[in-house]
Design a protein around this ligand. Structure first.
Ligand SMILES: [Zn+2]
Ligand SMILES: [Zn+2]
Length: 123
């Protein structure tokens, strides 16, 4: 696989008296999603890992295809991929959970109750 090693999202280090704060950015939109409390480790790699595991990671979704870390609006939860790899469909034809064909304008699958996520398009 040619997937890059996206161990964490993009980040910037902000020096702080108590250590280093890490600011993490959505890989797709570039939006800053969180700034951690100061962390201090023996190496920068260790600090980064700490900051990411304890705080950063929970603000992100990982694309199953390209491996980038993206914010909720940049993540297609139906496909578990970023919207770059899996652009929103206007409307799914089949329930992603049970596979039943979707009819009408239901927001939920009437067979299994799964919420159907898609970008709502003004008609
Ligand atoms: Zn992707
Ligand atoms: Zn269903």
């Amino acid at each position: 696989m040619s997937m890059n090693n996206h161990a964490t999202a993009h980040y910037k280090i902000i020096a702080d008296s108590g250590g280093s704060r890490y600011r993490f950015f959505c890989d797709l939109s570039g939006m800053a999603l969180c700034t951690t409390e100061p962390v201090r480790g023996d190496t920068q790699q260790q600090e980064l890992k700490m900051a990411w595991e304890t705080e950063g990671k929970k603000h992100f979704n990982r694309c199953a295809k390209c491996g980038r870390w993206v914010s909720d609006p940049m993540f297609n939860a139906d496909m578990l991929q970023c919207v770059d790899c899996a652009p929103w469909q206007e409307k799914p034809n089949y329930c992603i959970h049970c596979g039943k064909e979707i009819s009408g304008t239901d927001r939920f699958c009437d067979a299994c109750g799964t919420r159907l996520r898609y970008r709502e398009v003004a008609v």
